[in-house]
Write a protein that binds this ligand. Sequence first.
Ligand code: SAM
Length: 327
Amino acid sequence: MRPEPPPTDAPTWKTAWDAALYGPDGFFRRESPAAHFRTSVHTSNRFAEAVVRLVRDAGLDTVVDIGAGRGELLAAVHALAPDLELLGVEVARRPAGLPDAVAWTTALPESVDGLMIANEWLDNIPCHVVEMAPSGRAHVVHVDPRTGEESLGRPLDHDSVPASLAAWCERWWPLSPAAPGTRAEVGTTRDAAWADVVRRVTRGLAVAVDYGHTRDTRPPLGSLRSYRDGREAQVLPDGSRDVTAHVAVDAVADLVGATVLPQREALRALGVSGARPDLATATEDPAGYVRALSRAGEAAELTAAGGLGDFSWIVTAVGDVAAPFTG
Ligand SMILES: C[S@@+](CC[C@H](N)C(=O)[O-])C[C@H]1O[C@@H](n2cnc3c(N)ncnc32)[C@H](O)[C@@H]1O
């Protein structure tokens, strides 16, 4: 039997996470997100309707969906608005059955005049995890991808650790030396990824939708989670499951000058209402009443407190496009 490597030989969380999701046989190269967890896009067509309304209100004619999964959002948008130009950006191959009108690529387009939207993309961008040690110094956390066993690596103030990590933590997620065991998920990679998207919008809107937290609501022990087959599973970067962590939405927004609002407000402004239809209409139009009731239920799921309604929309308007959600 080969000897186990010492724990410090294990990769950092960021490296292990990256290999698990996006390595040559990584989770997202093989697996359909919808087979493992449910996003706003999978719940119903209400989310796609809101996207179409957002695009129309802004006078745009192009939608680029970043981290497009199996193209569910774009297929639904195409069915509602066949005149729109649609592009999915995704590490996975083009899904079978996607309408020909939906273009598909692995690389972000250099420039976009339109809406760039990313639903539950930033939370899947691997980041460093750091933990406060009993010594009062924060260290980079490493993980054995097979077992999930963690070990502390270099301290954050070590010469070999990029200074940007400590600077980000100090500004956005400070750890107290008096609280050993507390952790931060360092958002530098998410900030950079979203800034790279926004800089490509020559005119239009950039919208990131994700679960997240702000300086006042950071989870003291971090938020790393895994999902597999529709259930939460042991957090493990072994490629057999999703690995995700909530997004520091205030840091992302600050870098790109975005507005942040809860999904429930964004969707209500776009006409997604969970209000039940008037019972009186049930007698004269029973089928219409049932349809309206079903739509209200779908809207309620997307706007629910404690659920999808708490997601954050990080919104940037570029060029002569009026900033939405300001009225
Ligand atoms: C949580 S899923 C969300 C899928 C879809 N947007 C939805 O809401 O159902 C994240 C998706 O982002 C994709 N992804 C992650 N990083 C990517 C990248 N750099 N380029 C393209 N796709 C990426 C993954 O392959 C995965 O399909």
